[in-house]
Design a protein around this ligand. Structure first.
Ligand SMILES: [Zn+2]
Length: 257
């Protein structure tokens, strides 16, 4: 499942490039806010006010909500001067309510394990150096510049060990979710079906509404398919077929019959 990301960028937050450049973080850091008295909104207000001291690009809480506090293409102040130049930070607000925690945790795992690694091309590697995903505690131990030990103790309150977090992030990383980038827009959704015929010798089709999701074997000239919908994916038209797969709508390759 995909989560919504609410953009509430902190006015005035600095926009400084990562060590490798704008849009090139190498590490995603898992945090938790460490404050039993605060609330999700309280944490957002705090970082919005105190961004000169500390802020992260994302915070999760409030029962599965994700708020983007700053443009993730630039570094934030989340884990001290040693690691900040190459790290992207995700905070998790505390709750005492298990149901709220479970929703928060699902959003946290999706954001850290699935969305951000795909967005920034970060391979799956956990608490094992650059590039990859680490805990704030790992940053303190490995690169220094910080004393924090989160998020271990807070997650443990709900029975989530760091080993479990790693397993959940890994499963999210490998999940076959819908494409993270711009989803397909339906431009024509009348359910009238029609048929098309392949007019080139060999043509790839797709397992998802995504030009990268090529099926392993192409189809052949004169093969006929039933179209159930027409989509625009990254600016080019694609037909959704009755079988649940997708094919180009380009008239150089297929013809409506
Ligand atoms: Zn932290």
């Amino acid at each position: 499942m995909a989560f919504n990301i609410e953009k509430r960028h902190i006015p005035g937050a600095p926009q400084k490039a990562y060590e490798k450049g704008v849009g090139k973080p190498e590490i995603i850091v898992c945090h938790e806010c460490g404050n039993d008295k605060s609330t999700f909104e309280g944490e957002i207000d705090y970082m919005t006010r105190e961004y000169r001291v500390a802020f992260t690009q994302y915070i999760v809480g409030g029962g599965g909500r994700i708020v983007e506090l700053a443009d993730p293409n630039y570094k934030a102040y989340g884990a001290g001067p040693k690691a900040n130049p190459f790290t992207l930070h995700i905070e998790l607000a505390r709750t005492k309510d298990r149901a709220t925690f479970e929703k928060d945790y699902a959003a946290y795992v999706w954001l850290i394990g699935y969305y951000l690694p795909k967005k920034f091309d970060i391979p799956f590697c956990f608490n094992a150096g650059r590039p990859g995903i680490v805990t704030h505690k790992y940053v303190t131990k490995t690169w220094g510049g910080s004393t924090h030990q989160d998020p271990d103790e807070y997650l443990a309150r709900f029975g989530v060990t760091i080993d479990q977090l790693e397993k959940d992030l890994k499963a999210a990383y490998h999940s076959e979710d819908e494409p993270v980038r711009k989803p397909a827009e339906v431009v024509k959704s009348d359910s009238k079906e029609f048929k098309i015929k392949v007019i080139v010798d060999s043509l790839y089709y797709y397992t998802k509404a995504d030009w990268n999701a090529k099926a392993p074997k192409p189809v052949k000239k004169n093969d006929v398919f039933t179209v159930v919908n027409t989509l625009t994916v990254k600016g080019s038209k694609m037909y959704k077929l009755k079988s649940g797969t997708y094919i180009t709508a380009n008239t150089k390759y297929v013809k409506v019959i």
